[in-house]
Design a protein around this ligand. Structure first.
Ligand code: FAD
Length: 523
């Protein structure tokens, strides 16, 4: 058996060497011409998908794509590359490619298409229920299958067409995070292929350092091939409530009130209402007759509004009156604009899949496949007013396309042993905010088309906001993008040493995650 295995590895290595030789001789463009059969490794020429992402800002073409059929395929590739002296070849796992700044791209390297892994999901239903699922599976797939058993992941993202491995490499946050923590706080075990090619099953009780490194690890230490995700009993429906505000202080105070009630509230988010368009687009999935027609002021003195959104789960056994009563008790303590509170009851699946409706609507008007210069920041509670001012100084409400999300998270739900970076704070404040500036820039708009110059300008403005907020308010980027390794060091702050040590231990050849730009090869 061992001899056969050694021969097999030797054969695969020969093929990979051949590939690398070809890559070094051919320009990527020549290489694109014909698909190549590399036997068990199934290495293919690059595709436009492998060199693009949701951001549509960077398009770095890899030299080849691996469509792994098993964890072992990934292990063979990484074992070979880490043992070889071909020190220029990098590898990026690509989940659903919903990054903004090329994080899942590998210029002249190899992109591993995680969706090729077999997607069978295994469930365990008991006191603690969980699912074992491929790192390349989408959250929507896990949700759909688990709902058939009356279960659902405890912590999700707003949009579910993202992969398990992709969001676990960041954090995975949404309106449930205040209650259950981010997705990285709801994983029991991972199967990971390290940058050395080793296949390791890790958890808090086995190979804990790798487990913690990979969670929020930006794809730097290993490729997540399987994950054990905590599940809970799924509600039948949700009571979904929205309330409008004309005062930022009242808006944040009510959000903080809501996250202090985890026994009665299951979801809390919120957004800025900048203009009529943002009022309309945010209502696509919310099936209520919203009669909120505020005065948005003039271009020179715009007025903006805010919307708090919360939800309460309704189980099949829950008495409808009890839910109505609970919502009345909660909203009775809130300080929204008089009579501007709306509530609807929707199925749990429709609620969780709400962004898909927005996607469909944007797709139908050609506004999905446009540039997305997004910026997400974690802001300490003490700095949220300052951040709002900074942000409003950098945008014109009348022509902003997209959404600005703001909602509080609670620190104690995050494990600081993972690789995720949160704002440092001297205070005992549990609350911090996430602010998502989810901007669309349509290059094809007949009047306001956003060309390269305009896109560059928006990116510069976001960089200014990110730098000012990091320097002055102690904020940290989520789904961060830093153009230089120095920027990354500042981002990690006192956590840099640990992150770098983990890199040296699990991916010493710096093969993985080149698109993040944290550890450029040869530097
Ligand atoms: P990719 O973009 O493919 O990869 C992201 C990074 O992870 C890359 O560095 C890649 O190399 C690495 N990676 C991918 N798979 C693996 C793996 N299996 N093992 C190791 N590394 C891997 N985020 C939230 O937290 N909450 C939200 O509500 C939310 N909503 C979103 C809505 C939209 C419309 C979009 C576009 C993004 C949203 N995001 C949200 C951001 C999203 O979580 C990240 O962009 C995430 O990286 C997307 O997952 P993906 O599968 O597309 O990853």
């Amino acid at each position: 058996g061992r001899i056969t295995q050694t021969m097999e590895i030797a054969m695969v290595c020969t093929r990979v060497i051949l590939l690398i030789l070809i890559l070094s001789l051919c320009s990527p463009y020549k290489f694109i011409q014909s698909p190549m059969d590399f036997g068990p490794l199934n290495l293919l020429p690059t595709t436009t998908t492998a060199s693009s992402d949701f951001g549509r800002i960077l398009f770095h073409s890899p030299s080849a794509v691996l469509k792994p059929q098993s964890t072992r395929d990934i292990s063979l590739l990484l074992s070979f590359l880490s043992a070889s002296s071909l020190d220029k070849v990098t590898v990026a796992a690509r989940g659903a490619g919903h990054s903004i700044h090329g994080q899942a791209q590998a210029l002249d390297g190899i992109v591993v298409e995680m969706s090729s892994l077999p997607s069978a999901i295994e469930f365990y239903k008991g006191d603690v229920s969980y699912a074992d699922v491929s790192g390349g599976a989408l959250w929507i797939e896990l949700l759909e299958q688990s709902l058939k058993l009356g279960l659902a992941p405890r912590s999700l993202t707003d949009y579910l067409y993202l992969t398990i491995g992709g969001t676990l490499s960041n954090a995975g946050i949404s309106g449930q995070t205040f209650k259950h923590g981010p997705q990285i706080s709801n994983v029991l075990q991972l199967e990971v292929v390290t940058g050395r090619g080793e296949i390791v099953t890790c958890s808090l009780t086995k190979d804990e350092e790798l487990f913690n490194a990979v969670l929020g690890g930006l794809g730097q230490f290993g490729i997540i091939t399987r994950a054990r995700i905590l599940l809970q009993e799924a509600p039948h429906k949700v009571k979904w409530v929205r309330a409008f505000y004309d005062d930022f202080g009242a808006f944040t105070k009510d959000q903080e009130l809501l996250v202090s009630m985890p026994d009665s509230v299951d979801y809390v988010e919120g957004f800025i209402v900048l203009n009529e368009r943002s009022l309309h687009s945010s209502s696509i999935a919310f099936p209520a007759n919203v009669d909120f027609n505020p005065d948005f002021g003039a271009m020179s003195s715009p007025k903006i509004y805010y919307c708090v959104e919360f939800a309460v789960h309704v189980h099949q056994t829950t008495n409808t009156n009890a839910v109505e009563h609970a919502v009345r008790v909660i909203s009775g303590q809130m300080s929204h604009v008089a009579s501007q509170l709306y509530s609807v009851e929707v199925s749990y699946f429709d609620f969780l899949n709400r962004v898909r409706m927005e996607e469909m609507s944007l797709r139908s008007s050609g506004l999905w496949e446009v540039h997305h210069p997004w910026l997400n920041m974690f802001v300490p509670k003490a700095g949220i007013n300052g951040f709002r001012d900074l942000l409003m100084d950098s945008i014109s409400p009348d022509n902003f396309e997209g959404l600005i999300l703001i909602y509080p998270l609670l620190r104690h739900k995050w494990d600081t042993n993972t690789s995720v970076v949160l704002p440092e704070t001297g205070s005992t404040d549990q609350a911090m905010y996430v602010v998502g500036i989810l901007r669309s820039a349509n290059p094809n708009h007949p009047v306001d088309g956003c060309s390269h110059r305009c896109l560059r300008e928006l990116l510069l403005r976001h960089r200014h906001v990110a730098d000012a907020a990091a320097g002055g308010l102690g904020a940290k980027q989520y789904l961060a993008h830093h153009p230089t390794p120095g920027g990354w060091r500042r981002h990690f702050g006192r956590r840099w040493e640990r992150f770098a040590e983990r890199k040296a231990r699990f991916d010493p050849q710096r093969i993985l995650g080149p698109g993040q730009g944290i550890f450029p090869k040869g530097s």
